[in-house]
Design a protein around this ligand. Structure first.
Ligand SMILES: NC(=O)c1ccc[n+]([C@@H]2O[C@H](COP(=O)([O-])OP(=O)(O)OC[C@H]3O[C@@H](n4cnc5c(N)ncnc54)[C@H](O)[C@@H]3O)[C@@H](O)[C@H]2O)c1
Length: 341
C-alpha cells in the first residue's frame, strides 16, 4: 500500500507517518509538508531517520500535487491548525485548509485514491456551546458528554469553517466521483513531539511553561481557568488510524467524533495542579477576564460511534499524556530550546 501523509512534518502527521512506517512493514509512506510550522524541521529530521521521504512544497500548488506519484490513500493532516490564528490570517487559513483539501480531492479522483481527513471538533457552533458557561462557574470535576448542544449551524471560527467546508467538499466528491473517505472530528490531541508552543495546544504549553518556569495566563470566562476540554494521546490517534486503514474496504464514508472522552476531561486549573506536581515548579499566572470570541467553555467528546464501529477507545489517561509529554520534553529540552531560541 502507498500512503501519503500531508502535513507530515507537523505534530500529528509526523507521528502518524512514523507509526505507520513501523506497523505497515510492506507499505510505502511519504509525506508532503512545506515546513512552515515552527518546529516542523525537527520532525522532518525524525522522518529522515525512518527513511520517509518528504515532498517540500505548498499544498496550495496543484501543479506540483498533480505530478506526485499515485497513492492508494492520502491522510490529510495539513492545516493551519490554530483557531486563534484564523482570526488574523484568514487568507492563509482559507488557502491551506480549504484549497489544500480541494487539491487533494482532485488528486484522489485522478488516481482513484481514498482519503482520511483530520477534521476538528471546532466545526460546531460557538454560540450553542457558549451556553455551557454557566456550568463552569466552579472548577467542575464531574464531566458530562456533549450531545444536544452540537450543531454545525452558525459561526465556528474561520478555522472551524475551513474544516467544515472541507468536510462538505469531501462528501460532494464522494457523491459525484465515488471517492471513499473517513472524516475524524478530533478534539484536543497532545503528547510527545508537541513542542509546548502556544499555537500547538494548551496541554504541552502548560507542561513546557511549568518546566521552564515561564508565566502563563488564564484567559476568558472571568480568568478563573475553569474551561474544560477532553484530551486524546497521539498514540491513541495513531492506533485508531491504523484500525481505519486495516478495515477501510468494509468501513468507509464515515463521519466520526473522536476525543479523549469523559475520563480525559480536564480544566485548566486542574491541569495547573498536575503540572505543578510533575515538574515540582509553581509559576505565576496573570488573569485576563475577557473571553475571545472564538473560545468555548466546555467540550467533552461522545466517542460512542467510533467505540462501537472499531471496538476502539482511548487507552492513555490524562496522567499518561502529561507524563509522556513531560518525559519527552526533558529528554529533548536542549534540542527544543536551541530550535526555538
Ligand atoms: N493538534 C490538535 O489538537 C488537533 C485537533 C483536531 C484536529 N487537528 C487537525 O490535525 C491536523 C494536524 O494538526 P497538527 O496539530 O499536527 O498541526 P501542525 O501545525 O503541527 O501540523 C501541520 C503541518 O502542516 C504544514 N503546513 C501548513 N501549511 C502548509 C501548506 N500550505 N503547505 C504544506 N504544508 C503546510 C506545517 O508545516 C505543519 O508541519 C490538522 O488538520 C488539524 O486541523 C489537530
Amino acid at each position: 500500500m502507498k500512503i501519503l501523509v500531508t502535513g507530515g512534518c507537523g505534530f500529528v502527521g509526523s507521528n502518524i507517518a512514523v507509526f505507520l512506517k513501523k506497523k505497515l512493514r510492506n507499505s510505502k509512506i511519504n509525506t508532503l509538508d512545506n515546513l512552515c510550522r515552527r518546529g516542523s524541521y525537527i520532525n522532518y529530521e525524525r522522518l529522515k531517520r525512518y527513511k520517509i521521504k518528504n515532498y517540500k512544497f505548498n499544498i496550495e500548488d496543484y501543479s506540483k500535487i498533480k505530478k506526485l506519484p499515485k497513492y492508494d490513500l492520502i491522510i490529510d493532516c495539513c492545516a493551519e491548525a490554530a483557531v486563534e490564528v484564523s482570526k488574523k490570517d484568514v487568507d492563509r487559513v482559507f488557502n491551506t485548509n480549504l484549497i489544500g483539501t480541494f487539491n487533494l480531492l482532485k488528486k484522489c479522483v485522478a488516481n482513484k485514491s481514498s482519503l482520511i481527513f483530520l477534521s476538528s471538533s471546532r466545526v460546531y457552533s460557538i454560540n450553542l456551546l457558549d451556553k455551557l458557561k454557566s456550568k463552569i462557574k466552579k472548577n467542575i470535576k464531574k464531566h458530562f458528554l456533549i450531545d444536544k448542544l452540537l450543531s454545525t449551524n452558525g459561526a465556528k471560527s474561520i478555522y472551524g469553517f475551513t474544516k467544515f467546508s472541507s468536510e462538505e467538499l469531501i462528501k460532494e466528491y464522494s457523491y459525484l466521483f465515488k471517492l471513499k473517505y473517513i472524516i475524524n472530528r478530533f478534539g484536543v490531541i497532545s503528547g510527545p513531539w508537541q513542542f509546548g508552543k502556544q499555537e500547538q495546544g494548551f496541554v504541552s504549553l502548560w507542561i513546557w511553561s511549568h518546566l521552564n518556569k515561564k508565566k502563563l495566563s488564564y484567559i476568558g470566562y472571568g480568568g478563573k481557568g475553569h474551561q474544560v476540554r477532553d484530551v486524546i494521546h497521539i498514540e491513541d490517534v495513531c492506533e485508531l488510524i491504523l484500525k481505519q486503514i486495516n478495515q477501510f474496504s468494509k468501513k468507509h464514508n464515515l463521519l466520526l467524533n473522536v476525543g479523549g472522552g469523559r475520563n480525559n476531561a480536564i480544566s485548566l486549573k486542574t491541569l495547573t495542579q498536575k503540572c505543578q506536581i510533575i515538574t515540582a515548579n509553581t509559576i505565576k499566572f496573570s488573569i485576563k477576564k475577557k473571553t475571545s470570541v472564538y473560545d468555548i467553555p466546555y467540550f467533552v467528546t461522545d466517542n460512542s460511534k467510533v467505540n462501537n464501529l472499531y471496538k476502539w477507545k482511548p487507552q492513555k489517561s490524562i496522567d499518561d499524556i502529561i507524563t509522556d509529554t513531560y518525559l519527552w520534553m526533558i529528554v529533548n529540552l536542549n534540542k527544543i530550546k536551541k530550535y526555538f531560541k
